[in-house]
Design a binder for this molecule. Structure first.
Ligand code: CA
Length: 252
């Protein structure tokens, strides 16, 4: 094991210069040692020379795609990789390929969110209490908290959702929506409230985005998304998470 005082090393593979510069400064401020690569082959070279503690890997890179870079890194050393995508749709691709990424994050993101993910991944894959940087000021907000509702278990600290069967990969918005619906389980949340909390400042009349996210959550959480038992519609009002899985009562 290395010196306890040595900072954890993060390799950033990112072709956008503005992101590289912001990450270099931001992660250094959080106490990490940062190495930068502008494309996949440079990233792989640095990775192979001296495997870091964690990789932050952009999906859309010139030449070799981040997904392929992730696969090749996995064959070299078991280092956790957080994939960075510009679109939610890329996340589906990343996860569908099962390339072994530890987590993902969607651009644009806040540095605070990123460092929370980094800490969560490092805690999960390789507990190293000594040397982990502390997030200044907001640490208390990430105290472990778990809610279990029916088959769904949501770990707020890790932003991790599991059903009785498996880990469920959710986009940031899907996670936030589910978190709202589970606070507390059973309570009816109006469409206006959900839209306001998740997409504040947008036109409230545009509810298609909410419906899209509800649909995606059902696909990921329900046995039959067309006949939801947990994430149910309350007609004319909004949605409710029924921990007992009784479906849409009003319909019966
Ligand atoms: Ca890119």
């Amino acid at each position: 094991m290395g010196d306890a005082e040595a900072p954890l090393r993060i390799l950033v593979v990112e072709d956008e210069k503005s992101y590289r510069e912001a990450l270099s400064a931001g992660l250094a401020k959080e106490g990490y040692a940062v190495e930068l690569a502008a494309d996949g082959s440079e990233g792989l070279r640095l990775f192979a020379e001296n495997p870091p503690d964690l990789v932050l890997l952009d999906v859309l890179l010139p030449g070799m795609l981040g997904t392929e870079v992730c696969r090749r890194m996995g064959a070299i050393a078991p280092v956790p990789v957080i994939m960075v995508s510009a679109l939610d749709s890329e996340v589906d691709v990343v996860l569908g390929l099962e390339i072994g990424a530890a987590d993902y994050i969607t651009k644009p993101y806040h540095l605070r969110e990123l460092t929370a993910r980094i800490q969560a991944v490092l805690r999960r894959v390789a507990p190293r209490p000594v040397g982990l940087p502390v997030i200044s000021g907001r640490g208390a907000q990430w105290a472990p908290e778990v809610v279990v509702a029916g088959p769904v278990r949501i770990d707020f600290a890790r932003r991790e959702v599991t059903t009785s069967r498996r880990v469920v990969h959710l986009s940031r918005r899907e996670f936030d929506l589910l978190a709202l619906l589970l606070s507390p389980p059973g309570q009816v949340h109006t469409r206006e409230e959900l839209i306001d909390r998740l997409w504040s400042g947008r036109d409230l009349s545009d509810t298609r985005t909410l419906d899209t996210h509800i649909r995606r959550l059902r696909v990921k959480l329900e046995r039959d998304p067309a006949d939801p038992q947990y994430l149910v519609t309350v007609r004319g009002v909004g949605f409710r998470f029924d921990a007992e899985g009784r479906g849409e009562l009003e319909r019966c």
